[in-house]
Structures are given as C-alpha cells and as structure tokens.
Design a protein around this ligand. Structure first.
Ligand code: HSE
Length: 405
C-alpha cells in the first residue's frame, strides 16, 4: 500500500478522492500498489462527509509522517504551495500537482531538488486538464527537436468564445456558467486576461526547449476586448476566434505569445470547442501531432493527477528524468514576430479606405452588411513592429485581431 496526502479539498482535490474511490481496484492493478488517501489538508471541516475522518489542518502532521510517500498538491497559487512542496520533496516525498502557477515559477528548481532526493515532481494536470501532454513531451517525443507548440490552453475562455459564437451568448453570463461548472480560476481574470494560458505555454516551452521560459516574458492578451461584432466578422470570413498560446522556434530564436487569433477550418485547432483544449506540436522528425480532450473540470483534471500518483508510486526510489534547466531561455522580441492583422476602422468613407491602403498597401476587405460605419480589412504578413508603427498613425482603430491563415 502507498499512502498519499491531498493538499486542498476543493474542486480538484475532491475529484482526486472521487477518482480513487470509483476506480480504486483498476488503479491498484495498474499501479501494483493500493493507493490510500491517509490525510486531506484543508482549512475547512466537512461535517457529515466521510472525508472528515482524514481532514487535518496542520501541514506538519503530514510532513512528519514517514508513511506518506506521495503528496498531491491541488491548492493552487504559489504560496503556501511552494513552501509545502519544497519541504515535502526535501523530506523524500514525491509530489503530484495541478498547480500551473507553481510549476511555471518554480518547476526547474523543484525538478532539480527531486532529482537530488530521488523522488518525483509530476505535473501532468498543470496543462490541458485531463489531456496527456507533459508526459508525451517528456517521454514520447524525445526523439524530436520541437519546432512549434500552439494550443487552446484555457477551457474557460474556449467555452466563452464558443458560446458567444454559437449561441450569441453574453460574455458575463457565460463566464458565470464556466465558474459554476468548476472550469474557471478562483479569480477568473487569470482565465479571461490570458494569464493562465500564459503560464501553460511557459511550462510547455520550458519542457520543449529544456530551459527556463519565464512567463513574465511572454506577450499576453486575453479575450476581454473580443465583442460580438468581432465574432460577426469572423463568421463572415468563415473563421473563428480562439485564444491561442504559441511558442515557435525559428533558426535559433524562440517566440512565444498568448493572444486571440483568427483561424480557418483548415487549422487543426478550428474544431476545438467548449471546454476542450487542443495542443498542436510540430517536431522536426515526427511532423505534426495533436492532443485533444477536456481542458478543465473536476474529474478530467483529477484523472491526470491520479495518473501522476500511479507513476510516482511505480517509481518510488527512482527519479524520472525531466529536462528543464533553470538556465533562462531569452525569448526573441515580439516586435520581430510576423502575422497578418484583421483591423476594424471606424468610418466607411473613401478617405478612410485610402488612408488604410496608403499605410498598409494591399489589403483584403472584409464586409459585414449590418455593420455600417466601419471599414475592415486583413493586412499582408508583416512584423509586429511594422504593424504597430502603422497603427500608431491611425486614430480610429476599433479592434485588431491577429490572423493565422
Ligand atoms: N481555469 C483553467 C481553465 C482550469 O479554464 O483552463 C484548468 O487549468
């Protein structure tokens, strides 16, 4: 039997206990050990719930129990998670976490410490909810040099954009639904401002390139400025708007960004809707690979956490090598990255069209019949720097969305 402790009995923590209860027998067979939840750490009590017998309020109880071999950290946030996890690893306990903030900030250090202590720090659930992506990057795609990772990495925003687009729903109403379904972060600004996707692409990039990609260096835009008018234009183009996290290696440079982008049905992420996430990976020998599944929610996320617990239990006394050095990877300046841009200008006079043509040269006009006082177009491919220089000369930009077609 392998004893574990779960830190945090919220959405994911209660999911972990549920998965272990529901699938305990098959999990034990696959693992070769029975997994026993010995403690659950939470500030709250749960009177009437059978979990109450396992609730402890003092982390020291868990730390000082040598029978606890694996810690499941599902509290979220950097502190006190970082202090607890570091102490656990130092004391020779493996840690499985869904905490992307912790992993993005301290992943390299905690992996190095785990190596020294011959335990494991596993974080499959930190990116893509239930989708296997960390383990594939670390174990299945090791023959490749990764050239690109582009993903829909946040379930909440994908859910919002899908409902706004398909049902014409209002942003705030759909956000509330996403919160009720346990998709959104405690502070949903992390979802809608793109910060959650930013941490996730930072983690994937660090693993793909083997060095520390600081999330603070990644240009990040969320979906708060996307309106139903933008969605109308997207439909008129046969496109959809997705919040993408992307990281690309070009020669020796790596670019990374998070932003809403327009994509067409030919793009592999076009049909990834609702709370689903999709992660597209390009390797130099394998070519293109896609990972798809539930990107958020109690049980999908818990499934990934429990799979890590099984892996940790199978590897007691052995560290699973993960390449993620603390050496910083300096990302290339965003101003050199190239896109096409969908631009909406207020006004629909010949003068405005001429102004756009003079500044941007050849453009592709986009028309939506019931949006009268605007002129909208897609530019040719150009660098961010060139676009920003030109855009600064216009005082009437209603919105701009980058285009991936
Ligand atoms: N709030 C996150 C999301 C949870 O919506 O994707 C999963 O990391």
């Amino acid at each position: 039997m392998v004893n574990i402790a779960v830190l945090g009995y919220g959405t994911v923590g209660s999911g972990v206990v549920e998965v272990l209860n529901v699938n305990g027998d098959s999990i034990s067979k696959r693992c070769g050990h029975e997994i026993n939840v010995k403690y659950v750490l939470d500030l709250r009590d749960f009177p009437g719930d059978p979990i109450q017998d396992k609730i402890v309020h003092d982390y020291a109880t868990i730390m000082n129990d040598p029978d606890v071999k694996i810690i499941v950290e599902v509290m979220g946030g950097v502190e006190p998670a970082y202090t607890f996890v570091k102490e656990a690893i130092t004391k020779g306990k493996s840690v499985c976490t869904s905490n992307k903030e912790l992993v993005a900030k301290h992943g390299a250090e905690l992996l190095e410490l785990s190596k020294q202590k011959r335990v494991n720090f596993l974080f499959e659930a930190s990116v893509g909810g239930g989708i296997p992506i960390i383990r594939p990057l670390n174990q299945s795609l090791t023959a490749d040099e990764i050239e690109e990772i582009t993903g829909i990495l946040n379930g909440t925003t994908n859910y919002i954009l899908t409902k706004m687009s398909g049902e014409g729903s209002d942003f705030d109403t759909v956000l509330k639904e996403a919160q009720q379904m346990g998709y959104a972060e405690r502070n949903p600004a992390a979802d809608i401002e793109g910060f959650d996707a930013c941490r996730k692409i930072a983690i994937l990039s660090s693993l793909a390139f083997g060095m520390q990609v600081d999330f603070e260096d990644i240009y990040t835009e969320g979906i708060t400025k996307i309106t139903d008018m933008d969605i109308k234009y997207a439909k008129a183009m046969g496109a959809s708007i997705k919040l993408l996290g992307t990281s690309k290696k070009e020669q020796d440079h790596v670019y990374a960004m998070v932003a809403p982008m327009l994509i067409k049905p030919t793009h592999p992420l076009f049909s990834v809707n609702d709370v689903f996430n999709g992660i597209f990976v390009r390797g130099n020998v394998i070519g293109d690979v896609m990972f798809y599944g539930s990107g958020a929610g109690k049980l999908p996320t818990a499934s990934a956490v429990v799979a890590d617990v099984v892996d940790a239990a199978k590897h007691i006394g052995t560290n699973i090598m993960t390449l993620w050095s603390s050496k910083k990877l300096k990302l290339s300046d965003m101003k050199h990255s190239k896109h096409k841009y969908f631009v909406r200008l207020a006004g629909n006079t010949d003068e405005i069209k001429e102004q756009a043509a003079l500044l941007f040269g050849q453009v592709e006009e986009v028309k939506v019949s019931d949006i009268p006082d605007e002129y909208a177009f897609i530019t040719l491919l150009m660098s961010e720097e060139t676009y920003q220089d030109k855009a600064a000369k216009l005082g009437n930009i209603v919105s701009m969305i980058r285009v991936m077609f």
